[in-house]
Design a protein around this ligand. Structure first.
Ligand code: NDP
Length: 495
């Protein structure tokens, strides 16, 4: 796609909705707001690409105007260091006009009155505990919201297909679907457009992108961070809900969908939805799913306690810190190809990538020696990288097959993940947001697994913190490092 077309699509996406005039953050004193939301917002403003908007913080306790002003001032001061000249002016304008509002969003009428008092359209960011967000939305149905209001909901969005449906039904009474933003902050523009660009702008890949040529697709999101004091959230979620349900299924959809006609949100999200509707976890969950929990260990020289000894963890909940699912996609293109999705914490190596393994060639000419390894394409996430692993001849004996790795870095957005989220919210472009039907479908896919795990059908295994995961899992092998050769298949004897 040439630059002009891309610019006009991007412009069309944005011009269909009015830019929000106020960003209202509910949960001004919260962790998300201080650690991720405000820095992302400040980076967006500092880029100079957006016009100033009003920033309003709100909370139920006595957090107060002074603390809010100080919070904004300190985050914006950091962002100024990297800001453009225009960006610095925007930061200053937004900082100077920010305000704090005391509100109990669970008290009838209070949130609506607050929205009315702000310059519209207002983007309402629910940086609140999920149950509080849900209650606030329910109450808003009684009063409605002014036209043009945008609602931004954090993960987890519901806790089951039914609860996601219920929440969607409430939201649908408030605003049109394109004004609802369900945040997946890991799904950055870099990830989305790099995958789509790679797949659909290269004649080389698309013809082999199917069950005719691909053996399996693995998507990893292994973190070397442990619980980081987030037991209150994580112990009720676990790796499957935290990452696979909410994020890795989206990445899988991008890797597997058919080519959309354009990059507009309708086209793209229709294709994501259609792909996910064809997906399910293969029944026989003891074979197609795995779960494990870390025990005491060491990561980068730091001692990590056993998960069950972390403050705030209830061992009886049997929360998994590492999860793996095998998904099947029942359509012409993908029937028979396993998509393996794995995510976990406290692992010895940070590994965020999609690894596409191709089938062996149908016939290798007689006379080659060495090891015939499968062709692999690896797409790394944050940092965004691309790596093709192929067989070549030599060195030395030209009849011997050896491995070559072609690697490059891919470009990415200059914004922090929450800067990208807020860019879409303010512009009224829901491209990166999870559409309601898709959120429900992601729950539909994982729900049978959650039930099987609750029923104890799949053992909860263990792995020491700092290891690669349970050693019996094929995905815990050492060969997965980006930049290094991976597992080998001995060459069949050639006569
Ligand atoms: P916190 O517990 O740190 O903050 C919750 C906020 O909600 C507080 O500011 C609190 O304000 C406010 N609040 C609670 N009840 C009310 C009420 N009745 N009326 C108005 N405000 C209220 O939570 P987090 O910031 O960690 O998480 C917020 C959301 O973001 C959650 O949905 C979480 O799942 C999600 N999330 C968080 C991430 C993180 O890293 N923290 C990452 C990804 C998602 P006050 O004390 O003034 O009542």
């Amino acid at each position: 796609m040439n630059e002009q077309t891309a610019t006009s699509i991007s412009h069309a996406r944005r011009s269909s909705a009015a830019t929000a005039r106020t960003l209202l953050i509910l949960g001004a004193s919260g962790d998300l707001t201080g650690r991720l939301l405000l820095p992302g917002f400040a980076g967006l403003l500092g880029s100079g690409k957006v016009r100033p908007v009003r920033l309003a913080g709100a909370g139920s306790s006595g957090y107060g105007e002074e603390k809010w002003q100080e919070r904004v001032r300190s985050v914006f001061a950091d962002a100024e260091q990297k800001a453009t000249t225009e960006g610095r002016e925007v930061l200053e304008q937004v900082r100077a006009s920010t305000s704090f509002h005391e509100v109990d969003v669970t008290a009838p009428g209070q949130l609506r009155s607050l929205i009315d008092s702000l310059e519209g359209p207002v983007a309402v960011y629910f940086a609140l505990p999920p149950a509080v967000s849900e209650k606030a939305c329910r109450l808003l149905v009684e009063t409605g919201v002014p036209e043009g209001t945008r609602l931004v909901l954090e993960k987890p969005f519901g806790s089951s297909a039914q609860s996601a449906r219920d929440l969607n039904a409430i939201l649908a009474q408030l605003v049109p679907e394109r004004d609802v933003f369900r945040v997946d902050h890991f799904l950055g523009k870099g990830t989305v457009f790099n995958i789509l660009g790679l797949r659909f702008a290269n004649r080389l890949l698309e013809p082999v992108w199917s069950n005719l040529h691909i053996e399996k697709v693995e998507i990893f999101f292994d973190e070397d961070l442990a619980l980081e004091n987030r037991a209150g959230y994580y112990d009720n979620a676990g790796a499957l809900r935290d990452m696979i349900q909410s994020h890795l299924l989206q990445v899988m959809a991008l890797l597997a969908l058919n080519a959309p006609a354009s990059l507009g949100e309708r086209n793209l999200r229709d294709h994501i939805g259609s792909l996910l509707r064809a997906a399910r976890v293969k029944p026989g969950y003891a074979e197609t799913t795995r779960r494990a929990r870390y025990t005491a260990g060491e990561i980068n020289g730091k001692a990590i306690p056993s998960y069950t000894d972390e403050p705030g963890v209830d061992p009886a909940k049997n929360t998994e810190t590492l999860a793996e699912l095998e998904i099947e996609i029942n359509n012409m293109r993908w029937a028979g190809v396993p998509f393996i999705l794995r995510s976990g914490k406290a692992l010895g190596r940070r590994r965020k990538e999609a690894m596409i393994t191709f089938k062996p060639v149908p016939h290798l000419p007689t006379g080659f020696h060495g090891v015939d390894e499968p062709t692999r394409l690896r797409i790394g996430f944050s940092p965004e990288t691309l790596q093709l692993e192929i067989d070549v001849n030599g060195p030395g004996d030209i009849f011997t097959l050896d491995r070559a790795v072609l690697a490059t870095e891919m470009n990415t957005s200059n914004l922090l993940p929450y800067g990208e989220v807020l860019d879409g919210v303010l512009a009224g472009d829901p491209l990166l947001s999870v559409r309601g039907d898709i959120a429900e479908d992601c729950w539909r896919i994982v729900e049978p697994v959650l039930h099987a795990w609750e029923a104890g059908e799949v053992p909860l295994e263990e792995y020491p913190a700092g290891s690669l995961g349970p050693s019996s899992w094929p995905t815990s092998c050492d060969g997965g490092q980006l930049g290094a050769p991976v597992s080998s298949t001995p060459l069949k004897p050639t006569v």
